[in-house]
Design a protein around this ligand. Structure first.
Ligand code: FE2
Ligand code: FE2
Ligand code: FE2
Length: 160
């Protein structure tokens, strides 16, 4: 594998890992709000922020990173990608439930907590299995990296 290919994969992985860290930090913040029994409006605002960040991250993976990854994992480890697809679908169900539920609902905190556990599981599999398999296969993510950067810039612009 050339250095350029390696760099592109690592740079793409870094973009995803940064998102993972940020959302992990946000779930930690939510846990604190739960512990202090923070007002519903405050919990709802953070939960919506988390769901928004997760949806955007999943969109970037589904549109750009996963299809590129699949090209390299097709032969003997495509089940890694199938598994991730199914987890994304499940994550979306939980996210939709949270965004359509009032924070005064007795199960609201539990939905957010379970979403956090599920995301942690999914992220661990991406980082420990998917990314390491891509390194092993020498995946060239140069095009995906450029598309991910453009995606980030576009989303940032849309949020202003
Ligand atoms: Fe994912
Ligand atoms: Fe899993
Ligand atoms: Fe991810």
């Amino acid at each position: 594998m050339s250095k350029k290919e390696l760099d592109a994969l690592e740079a793409a992985v870094e973009i995803l890992s940064k998102d993972h860290e940020e959302v992990d930090r946000q779930f930690g913040e939510y846990k604190k709000l739960m512990d202090y029994e923070a007002p519903a409006a405050q919990r709802k605002a953070l939960a919506d922020k988390i769901c928004d960040a997760l949806s955007q991250h999943a969109e970037m993976e589904e549109q750009i990173f996963y299809p590129a990854a699949r090209r390299y994992l097709e032969k003997d480890s495509e089940e890694i990608m199938d598994h991730a697809d199914v987890e994304h679908a499940t994550l979306k169900v939980l996210i939709a439930r949270i965004t359509s539920t009032k924070a005064s609902d007795p199960h609201f905190d539990a939905y957010v907590h379970v979403l956090g556990e599920y995301v942690k599981h999914h992220v661990e599999e991406e980082e420990d299995e998917m990314f390491s398999e891509l390194r092993k296969q020498g995946a060239d993510m140069d095009e995906a990296l450029e598309a991910m950067k453009a995606f980030k810039v576009k989303k940032k612009g849309a949020r202003k």
